[in-house]
Design a protein around this ligand. Structure first.
Ligand code: KG4
Ligand code: ZN
Length: 351
């Protein structure tokens, strides 16, 4: 039987099976992560090997270092995930891997690793969009969450407001016209001399600062779009001026002011869109959804507008393998599996 025919026959059997357990691998940036997820909802194992220490020295992710570190870590995280799940490779029903967007070399290591495994095991391989993975992290935390909902996707590379009318279906409501929210946090952190990755550092420092210390202008954008480069420049100019005057920088106040400006913009737009589009349910996804103020303010605003809010647990907001395994399950149910031609797609879009 042709290889792909054999795989598709296995896929149709899996769709009838009571439980489906997927082994997933995520290597799109600086985390080598593997997981085993059952039925898209239940985490049996979730292993994240962070490369932060390797990149911190350079103040950001160095693509070549990331690829090499993924090559070394892939086998280890997969073995560890299987060990935690109490399973062997043969027990896995299907495999999943992030195929984009991300760093091409980093993606390629994961794609090659899982293609090799899938071929050797003659099991279906599901290619997953990284952003779709982030959105699916909500399904792992909330067993009752089902589409339709509106989702604010805020990561290091993306800021989107999307409608999710069904599993794996997305409609664009708004997006950033320049920087992503995470990128803006990272740049502001760098201006304050905070080490990489800056988002979580700003968030921590901001807890002790005064958000009213510095007023940052809200950009004029149309519809439900976002823009962060103006805020970032205003912040940089204000910090430069203070530095020229001498004396210590009030870093906590500056961090709190920047965080407040970004968060109130994110929340106001998303809640306004939900009202206009008559959405009853809001979700959040991506690394920035771990931000403490964003979580508090979004909850307050949703409560005030009668919106139900879902957010992934904090550990599932940033890159992990489990979110890829969740998204993969819903793709498998729609026969969306890869051929051996699968390649990394660094600029893959969500929609
Ligand atoms: O989703 P993610 O892990 O990777 C991408 O797909 O980009 O997001 C990483 C981004 C980084 O920019 C990081 O600074 C930001 O998320 N981030 C945060 C927080 N935790 C992570 N930004 C603000 N506050 C946080 N607590
Ligand atoms: Zn991510």
């Amino acid at each position: 039987m042709e290889y792909h025919e054999e795989i598709m026959r296995k896929v149709s059997l899996l769709r009838e099976q009571e439980h489906v357990r997927i082994l997933s691998l995520e290597t799109s940036c600086d985390e080598t992560a593997a997981a085993v997820v059952e039925d898209g909802r239940r985490i049996l194992a979730n292993v994240v090997f962070s490369q932060i220490d390797l990149h911190a020295l350079y103040g950001g992710v160095v693509p070549e270092i990331a690829s090499r570190a993924h090559v070394e870590a892939c086998d280890r995280v997969v073995d560890e995930a299987l060990r935690q799940a109490g399973m062997e490779l043969g027990d896995v029903d299907a495999l999943a891997v992030t195929c984009g967007p991300g760093l091409v070399g980093a993606l390629l290591t994961g794609v090659s690793c899982m293609k090799g495994l899938a071929f050797a095991l003659r099991k279906p391989l599901i290619p997953v969009n990284h952003i779709e993975g982030h959105i699916s992290a909500n399904f792992l935390t909330h067993s009752d969450l089902k589409p339709p909902f509106l989702c604010l996707v805020v990561s290091g590379g993306h800021s989107h407001l999307v409608k999710v009318p069904d599993y794996g279906v997305y409609e664009l409501v708004g997006q950033t016209v320049d920087d992503a929210a995470g990128e803006a946090f990272d740049k502001a952190a760098r201006v304050l001399g905070l080490p990489y990755p800056g988002g979580p550092r700003i968030d921590e420092l901001a807890e002790e600062g005064n958000p009213e210390f510095l007023h940052l202008p809200r950009p004029h954008v149309s519809g439900y779009d976002y823009s962060f480069s103006g805020m970032k420049t205003a912040f940089l100019n204000a910090v430069n001026k203070m530095e020229m005057k001498g004396g210590p920088l009030p870093k906590a106040d500056l961090a709190a002011s920047f965080r407040h400006a970004v968060v109130s913009f994110l929340v106001d737009n998303a809640v306004r869109a939900a009202g206009d589009l008559h959405a009853g349910v809001m979700a959040m996804a991506g690394g920035v959804s771990a931000n403490r103020l964003l979580r508090r303010e979004m909850q307050k605003a949703c409560d005030a507008s009668g919106l139900l809010l879902y957010m992934p647990q904090v550990s599932l907001c940033t890159d992990n393998g489990a979110m890829i395994g969740s998204a993969a399950y819903y793709q498998l149910m729609k026969n969306e599996v890869a051929t051996l031609e699968l390649n990394a797609e660094p600029s893959l879009r969500l929609l």
